[in-house]
Design a protein around this ligand. Structure first.
Ligand code: FES
Length: 126
């Protein structure tokens, strides 16, 4: 069996929503100290709904695939739903990740949560 699913390979080769957003409403940047990979998420938010999302990931293929899938999963969603997104859901949507690559999907969850936090902080909201 291949180490990576077709979906992982697809999102790695053709990542969705790559780039940055000028004047983003929320930006979240996280990294993994062990592997050194870094992920940055940009959110455009209208009426507490993610109207656009882009990412920049300097990292492994699983991190790129996880960010790409995660952006697809939160686009058009209200923040209450976005905050429920878990790395497990991202990994499942990719038809699984090897155990030693699960931390790559954790980066996606953390980057999104950091971006939402940034949005709330800028508006002095909890
Ligand atoms: Fe660290 Fe993938 S190896 S994010």
């Amino acid at each position: 069996m291949a180490l990576y699913s077709e979906k992982v390979m697809d999102h790695f080769r053709h990542p969705r929503n790559v780039g940055s957003i000028e004047n983003a409403d929320g930006i979240g940047e996280v990294g993994n100290g062990k592997c050194g990979d870094i992920m940055k998420m940009y959110l455009k938010i209208d009426d507490d709904v993610v109207s656009d999302v882009k990412f920049e990931t300097f990292g492994c293929g699983s991190a790129i695939a996880s960010s790409s899938m995660a952006t697809e999963m939160i686009k058009g969603k209200p923040l209450t739903e976005v905050l429920q997104l878990t790395n497990k859901a991202v990994a499942e949507a990719l038809d699984g990740l090897p155990v030693h690559k699960l931390h790559c999907s954790v980066l996606a969850e953390e980057a999104i949560k950091a971006a939402v936090q940034d949005y709330y902080d800028k508006r002095n909201r909890d």
